[in-house]
Write a protein that binds this ligand. Structure first.
Ligand SMILES: *Cc1c(COP(=O)(O)O)cnc(C)c1O
Length: 384
């Protein structure tokens, strides 16, 4: 079986995790702050806060952005459900902005129009979550300008995008946003098994995120309302969660981070091979903005020609051959849970049309060229 994505774990990763298992701390030890500092330094942000998943990261980032009941969060329909569920966790309502057919990211034009309309109706979003689909950054400068103009907070969902850049600036530096969220699920660029991390340059946000990760509890004398000399004293100051990452995960993350650039380079090499070896087929290949250096989480083709449902036929045929192609994504608003909130098929037509012809081909650093050739051969046979 050839999956669409998977981790690449080497002996040095394993050794780092084993080291932690023999140490005093399995959680709340030194590896977590080391990992946080290393990721923050890599992307050029002041603070990094590691948690147990990107989903948890999105949740507490929304809380810190002040999102609550009566507020609205906007995101892209072409994403994993976590990008919008985080708004619902906070008791806010969510809405979507349709995508750009080239970048497959949130459309800046649609965002502008929707903001103008929302301003007239007095229903501006409190938070906008741009998603860097497949690893290619959204135009963050444009979104940052709109954020200033309309007063919304920006949380980048960079679950696909660590190691990528926009205009030479690392994704996660938060130059045009309030916070950026990364995922370390095994199919993503680097992994900690499960895990996520938030970067920010705002010290107040960083402090609040640290509190929310651990039950809203602080043990820092300087931050207490009722400072005490008792060693046993701690204070719960807000309603937080247990969203901590373990030391084993942080150690794995530190070890994987060393290989991040190499992983992204391999992804580019494989993507280039696909570009060259299937460009004669009646499909469209991924489009790259010249300002973008993508982390290339996904290689998505679009089957725009041929009979209706031809994509589905290709999908089933390849899966039948043990090639685990996939679809990224079923538009979030078409999920039954979202339809029960009033969203309908047809609400975001560009994302829906795209989802009918998209197909994610296997691509990950452990994919050999021989395996890639098998994928290419089987794909070509779908068109003869
Ligand atoms: C994977 C993913 C998430 C969720 O990440 P977890 O770490 O699995 O919680 C959120 N958003 C996007 C776009 C993702 O791809």
């Amino acid at each position: 079986m050839i999956p669409y994505g998977r981790q690449l774990i080497s002996n040095d990763d394993i050794a780092e995790v084993v080291e932690v298992l023999k140490s005093d701390f399995l959680t709340q030890g030194p590896r977590t702050p080391q990992f946080e500092e290393a990721v923050a330094a890599y992307v050029g942000a002041k603070y990094g806060i590691a948690v147990n998943s990107a989903t948890s990261a999105l949740h507490i980032a929304c809380l810190v952005a002040g999102l609550g009941p009566g507020d609205v969060l906007w995101t892209s329909p072409n994403s994993f459900v976590a990008s919008s569920n985080c708004g619902l966790y906070c008791g806010a309502s969510v809405d979507f902005v349709d995508i750009d057919p080239n970048t497959l990211n949130i459309s800046i034009e649609s965002l502008k129009l929707k903001l103008e309309d929302a301003e007239k109706k007095g229903k501006l979003p409190k938070v906008v979550i741009p998603v860097h689909f497949a690893g290619q950054s959204c135009d963050m400068q444009a979104i940052g300008d709109l954020g200033k103009q309309y007063g919304f907070k920006i949380i980048e969902d960079a679950s696909h995008a660590i190691g990528g850049r926009w205009d030479g600036v690392s994704i996660g530096s938060c130059i045009y946003s309030d916070m950026t969220v990364f995922s370390f699920h095994p199919v993503k660029i680097i992994t900690t098994g499960e895990g996520g991390l938030i970067t920010t340059n705002n010290s107040e946000f960083a402090e609040k995120l640290i509190l929310l990760r651990t039950h809203g509890i602080t043990r820092d004398q300087a931050k207490m309302r009722f400072p005490s000399d008792h060693g046993w004293y701690y204070e719960q100051q807000s309603l937080g969660f247990n969203y901590r990452i373990t030391e084993m995960q942080a150690a794995l993350g530190l070890s994987q981070l060393k290989k991040l650039d190499q992983f992204v380079a391999t992804r580019h090499k494989l993507a280039k091979r696909y570009d060259e070896l299937i460009n004669d087929l009646p499909i469209s290949l991924p489009w790259s903005d010249p300002r973008s250096f993508s982390a290339y989480h996904l290689y998505v083709i679009q089957v725009k020609y041929g009979e209706l449902y031809f994509r589905d036929k290709i999908f089933h045929r390849l899966r039948g051959k043990g090639i685990f192609v996939n679809l990224h994504y079923i538009p979030i608003h078409t999920q039954p849970y979202y339809q029960s909130m009033g969203f309908k098929c047809g609400d975001f037509p560009v994302a829906e049309k795209y989802a009918q012809c998209a197909l994610t081909l296997p691509m990950y650093p452990a994919l050999s060229e021989n395996e890639q050739d098998v994928v290419i051969k089987e794909l070509r046979e779908c068109f003869v």
